[in-house]
Design a protein around this ligand. Structure first.
Ligand code: AZA
Length: 303
Protein backbone atom coordinates (compact mmCIF):
# COMPACT_ATOMS: atom_id res chain seq x y z
CA UNK A 1 0.00 0.00 0.00
CA UNK A 2 1.57 3.30 -1.03
CA UNK A 3 1.43 6.21 1.39
CA UNK A 4 2.89 9.68 1.72
CA UNK A 5 6.12 9.50 3.72
CA UNK A 6 7.41 13.03 3.30
CA UNK A 7 6.05 16.27 1.93
CA UNK A 8 7.14 19.87 1.81
CA UNK A 9 6.45 22.63 -0.66
CA UNK A 10 6.94 26.35 -1.19
CA UNK A 11 8.66 28.88 -3.44
CA UNK A 12 12.22 28.59 -4.71
CA UNK A 13 14.44 31.07 -6.54
CA UNK A 14 12.74 34.15 -5.13
CA UNK A 15 15.11 37.00 -5.97
CA UNK A 16 15.10 39.91 -3.54
CA UNK A 17 17.05 43.17 -3.48
CA UNK A 18 17.05 45.56 -0.53
CA UNK A 19 18.70 48.95 -0.25
CA UNK A 20 19.56 50.86 2.90
CA UNK A 21 19.96 54.61 2.48
CA UNK A 22 21.88 56.45 5.17
CA UNK A 23 20.12 59.83 5.16
CA UNK A 24 22.94 61.60 7.03
CA UNK A 25 25.87 60.48 4.86
CA UNK A 26 24.07 59.70 1.60
CA UNK A 27 25.83 56.31 1.59
CA UNK A 28 23.70 53.44 0.30
CA UNK A 29 24.20 49.73 1.05
CA UNK A 30 22.63 46.94 -0.95
CA UNK A 31 21.83 43.26 -0.44
CA UNK A 32 20.77 40.88 -3.18
CA UNK A 33 19.61 37.41 -2.25
CA UNK A 34 17.85 34.35 -3.60
CA UNK A 35 15.41 32.75 -1.20
CA UNK A 36 13.84 29.31 -0.99
CA UNK A 37 11.06 28.72 1.54
CA UNK A 38 9.41 25.31 1.99
CA UNK A 39 6.69 24.37 4.48
CA UNK A 40 5.88 21.12 6.24
CA UNK A 41 2.90 20.20 8.38
CA UNK A 42 -0.56 18.74 8.27
CA UNK A 43 -0.72 19.05 4.51
CA UNK A 44 -1.12 15.39 3.57
CA UNK A 45 -4.68 15.80 2.31
CA UNK A 46 -3.58 18.30 -0.32
CA UNK A 47 -1.59 15.46 -1.89
CA UNK A 48 -3.89 12.53 -1.18
CA UNK A 49 -7.39 14.07 -1.32
CA UNK A 50 -7.04 17.16 -3.52
CA UNK A 51 -7.81 19.22 -0.41
CA UNK A 52 -6.40 22.70 -1.07
CA UNK A 53 -7.86 24.09 2.17
CA UNK A 54 -4.54 23.23 3.87
CA UNK A 55 -2.40 24.92 1.22
CA UNK A 56 -0.81 28.32 1.77
CA UNK A 57 -0.29 29.14 -1.90
CA UNK A 58 3.32 29.34 -3.03
CA UNK A 59 2.45 32.80 -4.39
CA UNK A 60 1.54 33.86 -0.83
CA UNK A 61 4.83 32.41 0.38
CA UNK A 62 6.64 34.55 -2.22
CA UNK A 63 4.72 37.65 -1.11
CA UNK A 64 5.65 36.90 2.51
CA UNK A 65 9.35 36.68 1.57
CA UNK A 66 9.12 40.25 0.19
CA UNK A 67 7.07 41.62 3.08
CA UNK A 68 9.39 40.14 5.75
CA UNK A 69 12.36 41.64 3.88
CA UNK A 70 10.67 45.03 4.22
CA UNK A 71 9.68 44.54 7.89
CA UNK A 72 13.00 43.11 9.16
CA UNK A 73 16.71 43.55 8.52
CA UNK A 74 17.96 41.18 5.81
CA UNK A 75 21.41 41.16 7.42
CA UNK A 76 22.71 38.92 8.72
CA UNK A 77 20.90 36.34 6.54
CA UNK A 78 20.62 34.00 9.56
CA UNK A 79 18.37 36.53 11.32
CA UNK A 80 16.20 37.21 8.27
CA UNK A 81 15.79 33.46 7.62
CA UNK A 82 14.75 32.97 11.27
CA UNK A 83 12.16 35.79 11.14
CA UNK A 84 10.73 34.45 7.90
CA UNK A 85 10.54 30.84 9.08
CA UNK A 86 9.03 31.79 12.45
CA UNK A 87 6.32 33.79 10.70
CA UNK A 88 4.85 30.65 9.09
CA UNK A 89 4.84 28.81 12.43
CA UNK A 90 3.08 31.76 14.14
CA UNK A 91 0.60 32.42 11.33
CA UNK A 92 -0.57 28.90 10.45
CA UNK A 93 -1.36 26.39 13.24
CA UNK A 94 -1.16 23.40 10.87
CA UNK A 95 2.37 24.24 9.68
CA UNK A 96 4.93 22.40 11.81
CA UNK A 97 8.21 23.35 10.16
CA UNK A 98 9.52 26.02 7.81
CA UNK A 99 12.74 25.50 5.87
CA UNK A 100 14.28 28.73 4.63
CA UNK A 101 17.45 29.05 2.57
CA UNK A 102 18.91 32.46 1.80
CA UNK A 103 21.75 32.83 -0.71
CA UNK A 104 23.41 36.25 -0.57
CA UNK A 105 25.21 37.40 -3.72
CA UNK A 106 28.24 39.64 -3.63
CA UNK A 107 27.88 43.33 -4.38
CA UNK A 108 31.20 44.81 -3.26
CA UNK A 109 31.47 48.58 -2.99
CA UNK A 110 33.56 50.20 -5.75
CA UNK A 111 36.64 52.21 -4.94
CA UNK A 112 36.69 55.27 -7.22
CA UNK A 113 39.66 57.67 -7.19
CA UNK A 114 40.85 55.90 -4.03
CA UNK A 115 37.60 56.38 -2.11
CA UNK A 116 34.66 54.04 -1.40
CA UNK A 117 31.83 54.99 -3.72
CA UNK A 118 28.53 55.82 -1.96
CA UNK A 119 26.24 53.89 -4.30
CA UNK A 120 28.19 51.77 -6.83
CA UNK A 121 29.11 48.10 -6.49
CA UNK A 122 30.68 45.26 -8.48
CA UNK A 123 30.34 41.49 -8.47
CA UNK A 124 33.71 40.18 -7.32
CA UNK A 125 33.29 36.46 -7.95
CA UNK A 126 30.55 33.87 -7.73
CA UNK A 127 31.06 33.26 -4.02
CA UNK A 128 27.89 33.44 -1.91
CA UNK A 129 27.15 33.66 1.77
CA UNK A 130 24.27 31.37 2.71
CA UNK A 131 22.03 30.79 5.70
CA UNK A 132 19.52 27.99 6.23
CA UNK A 133 16.95 28.15 9.01
CA UNK A 134 14.74 25.24 9.98
CA UNK A 135 12.08 26.57 12.34
CA UNK A 136 10.22 23.70 14.01
CA UNK A 137 7.11 24.14 16.13
CA UNK A 138 7.89 23.37 19.75
CA UNK A 139 11.60 22.77 19.09
CA UNK A 140 13.26 26.02 18.07
CA UNK A 141 15.51 27.21 15.27
CA UNK A 142 18.33 25.21 13.67
CA UNK A 143 20.70 27.38 11.69
CA UNK A 144 23.30 26.35 9.15
CA UNK A 145 25.61 28.99 7.70
CA UNK A 146 27.84 28.53 4.69
CA UNK A 147 30.21 29.96 2.16
CA UNK A 148 29.82 28.51 -1.33
CA UNK A 149 31.42 29.05 -4.72
CA UNK A 150 34.66 30.51 -3.41
CA UNK A 151 37.14 29.48 -6.13
CA UNK A 152 40.72 29.01 -4.93
CA UNK A 153 43.93 27.66 -6.47
CA UNK A 154 47.45 27.09 -5.24
CA UNK A 155 50.26 26.50 -7.74
CA UNK A 156 52.43 24.48 -5.34
CA UNK A 157 52.42 23.29 -1.72
CA UNK A 158 50.23 20.26 -2.42
CA UNK A 159 51.01 16.60 -3.12
CA UNK A 160 49.21 13.28 -3.24
CA UNK A 161 51.04 10.00 -2.67
CA UNK A 162 50.80 6.76 -0.73
CA UNK A 163 47.29 5.96 -1.99
CA UNK A 164 46.09 2.45 -2.94
CA UNK A 165 47.93 1.03 -5.95
CA UNK A 166 46.42 -1.97 -7.69
CA UNK A 167 45.37 -3.13 -11.14
CA UNK A 168 42.89 -0.19 -11.38
CA UNK A 169 45.48 2.51 -10.67
CA UNK A 170 46.97 4.77 -13.34
CA UNK A 171 47.46 7.97 -11.32
CA UNK A 172 51.13 8.63 -10.58
CA UNK A 173 52.13 9.75 -7.10
CA UNK A 174 53.00 13.46 -6.97
CA UNK A 175 54.89 15.52 -4.42
CA UNK A 176 54.09 18.85 -6.07
CA UNK A 177 50.82 19.58 -7.82
CA UNK A 178 48.27 22.28 -8.51
CA UNK A 179 45.35 22.27 -6.07
CA UNK A 180 42.13 24.03 -6.98
CA UNK A 181 38.58 23.87 -5.67
CA UNK A 182 35.31 25.76 -5.23
CA UNK A 183 34.88 25.99 -1.48
CA UNK A 184 31.57 24.91 -0.01
CA UNK A 185 31.99 25.26 3.75
CA UNK A 186 29.15 24.91 6.26
CA UNK A 187 28.86 25.39 9.99
CA UNK A 188 25.87 24.33 12.12
CA UNK A 189 24.87 26.34 15.17
CA UNK A 190 23.68 24.96 18.46
CA UNK A 191 19.87 25.14 18.44
CA UNK A 192 18.31 28.56 19.24
CA UNK A 193 15.06 28.44 21.25
CA UNK A 194 13.54 31.60 19.73
CA UNK A 195 14.09 34.38 17.20
CA UNK A 196 14.91 36.64 20.17
CA UNK A 197 17.81 34.32 21.02
CA UNK A 198 19.03 34.53 17.42
CA UNK A 199 18.76 38.33 17.64
CA UNK A 200 20.66 38.57 20.93
CA UNK A 201 24.35 38.71 20.09
CA UNK A 202 23.50 38.79 16.40
CA UNK A 203 27.02 39.95 15.49
CA UNK A 204 28.14 36.32 16.09
CA UNK A 205 27.00 35.46 12.55
CA UNK A 206 29.14 38.03 10.71
CA UNK A 207 32.10 37.21 12.96
CA UNK A 208 31.78 33.48 12.26
CA UNK A 209 31.51 34.11 8.53
CA UNK A 210 34.65 36.26 8.60
CA UNK A 211 36.51 33.67 10.72
CA UNK A 212 35.50 30.73 8.54
CA UNK A 213 36.52 32.57 5.36
CA UNK A 214 39.85 33.62 6.85
CA UNK A 215 40.54 30.07 8.13
CA UNK A 216 39.72 28.59 4.74
CA UNK A 217 42.01 31.01 2.89
CA UNK A 218 44.92 30.82 5.34
CA UNK A 219 44.86 27.05 5.71
CA UNK A 220 44.47 26.51 1.97
CA UNK A 221 47.43 28.80 1.32
CA UNK A 222 49.78 27.66 4.08
CA UNK A 223 49.06 23.95 4.58
CA UNK A 224 51.57 21.60 2.94
CA UNK A 225 48.59 19.65 1.70
CA UNK A 226 48.86 15.84 1.80
CA UNK A 227 45.35 15.52 0.35
CA UNK A 228 42.11 17.45 0.04
CA UNK A 229 40.79 15.20 2.81
CA UNK A 230 43.47 16.18 5.31
CA UNK A 231 43.43 19.90 4.48
CA UNK A 232 39.65 20.14 4.84
CA UNK A 233 39.75 18.31 8.19
CA UNK A 234 42.26 20.85 9.50
CA UNK A 235 39.93 23.67 8.38
CA UNK A 236 36.98 22.09 10.22
CA UNK A 237 38.98 21.75 13.43
CA UNK A 238 39.90 25.43 13.32
CA UNK A 239 36.35 26.61 12.63
CA UNK A 240 35.10 24.63 15.66
CA UNK A 241 37.89 26.18 17.71
CA UNK A 242 37.12 29.73 16.52
CA UNK A 243 33.33 29.63 16.94
CA UNK A 244 32.25 28.06 20.25
CA UNK A 245 28.52 28.22 19.43
CA UNK A 246 29.03 25.98 16.41
CA UNK A 247 28.52 22.23 16.85
CA UNK A 248 29.62 20.96 13.48
CA UNK A 249 31.63 22.14 10.47
CA UNK A 250 31.81 20.56 7.07
CA UNK A 251 33.10 20.84 3.53
CA UNK A 252 32.26 19.63 0.06
CA UNK A 253 35.22 20.27 -2.19
CA UNK A 254 35.58 19.38 -5.85
CA UNK A 255 39.18 18.54 -6.76
CA UNK A 256 39.52 20.48 -10.03
CA UNK A 257 42.29 18.77 -11.94
CA UNK A 258 45.01 20.48 -14.00
CA UNK A 259 46.74 18.00 -16.30
CA UNK A 260 50.29 18.25 -17.52
CA UNK A 261 50.66 18.38 -21.30
CA UNK A 262 53.35 16.23 -22.90
CA UNK A 263 55.00 18.33 -25.65
CA UNK A 264 57.99 16.06 -26.22
CA UNK A 265 56.55 15.06 -29.60
CA UNK A 266 57.07 18.68 -30.79
CA UNK A 267 60.78 19.50 -31.19
CA UNK A 268 61.45 17.68 -27.92
CA UNK A 269 59.89 20.45 -25.79
CA UNK A 270 60.08 19.66 -22.06
CA UNK A 271 56.78 20.40 -20.29
CA UNK A 272 56.37 17.67 -17.68
CA UNK A 273 57.52 17.17 -14.10
CA UNK A 274 59.78 20.00 -12.96
CA UNK A 275 59.62 21.53 -16.48
CA UNK A 276 55.80 21.74 -16.52
CA UNK A 277 54.55 25.28 -17.15
CA UNK A 278 51.57 24.93 -19.48
CA UNK A 279 48.70 22.79 -18.14
CA UNK A 280 45.22 21.82 -19.34
CA UNK A 281 42.54 22.72 -16.76
CA UNK A 282 39.85 20.01 -16.75
CA UNK A 283 36.12 20.80 -16.74
CA UNK A 284 35.36 17.25 -15.58
CA UNK A 285 35.44 14.71 -14.24
CA UNK A 286 36.51 16.13 -10.88
CA UNK A 287 37.13 14.54 -7.52
CA UNK A 288 34.52 15.37 -4.88
CA UNK A 289 35.62 15.17 -1.27
CA UNK A 290 33.24 15.76 1.65
CA UNK A 291 33.40 15.63 5.41
CA UNK A 292 31.68 16.85 8.55
CA UNK A 293 33.45 17.30 11.86
CA UNK A 294 31.41 17.48 15.07
CA UNK A 295 32.57 19.10 18.27
CA UNK A 296 31.18 16.15 20.20
CA UNK A 297 30.61 13.03 18.13
CA UNK A 298 28.27 11.57 20.77
CA UNK A 299 25.67 14.33 20.22
CA UNK A 300 25.55 14.41 16.42
CA UNK A 301 22.09 15.07 15.01
CA UNK A 302 21.79 13.83 11.42
CA UNK A 303 19.75 16.21 9.29
N1 AZA B 1 42.39 13.16 -2.65
C1 AZA B 1 43.22 14.08 -3.18
O1 AZA B 1 43.59 15.06 -2.53
N2 AZA B 1 43.64 13.94 -4.48
C2 AZA B 1 43.24 12.88 -5.18
C3 AZA B 1 42.40 11.90 -4.64
C4 AZA B 1 41.96 12.07 -3.30
O2 AZA B 1 41.20 11.24 -2.75
N3 AZA B 1 42.18 10.96 -5.58
N4 AZA B 1 42.86 11.33 -6.67
N5 AZA B 1 43.51 12.49 -6.45
Amino acid sequence: MPGLTSARYGKDNVRVYKVHRDEKTGVQSVTEMTVCCLLEGKIETSYTKADNSVVVATDSIKNTIYIKAKEHPVNPPELYASHLGQHFIDQYPHITAAHVKVVVHRWTRMTVDGAPHPHSFFRDGQETRNAEATVTRGAGIDLRSSVAGLSVLKSTGSGFHGFVRDEFTLLPEVWDRILSTDVDCTWDWKRFPTVAAVQEGVERFDKAWESARAIVMKTFATDESASVQNTMYKMCEQILEAVPEVDKAGFALPNKHYFEIDMSWHKGIKNTGKDAEVYAPQSGPNGLIKCEVARDVSTVVHR
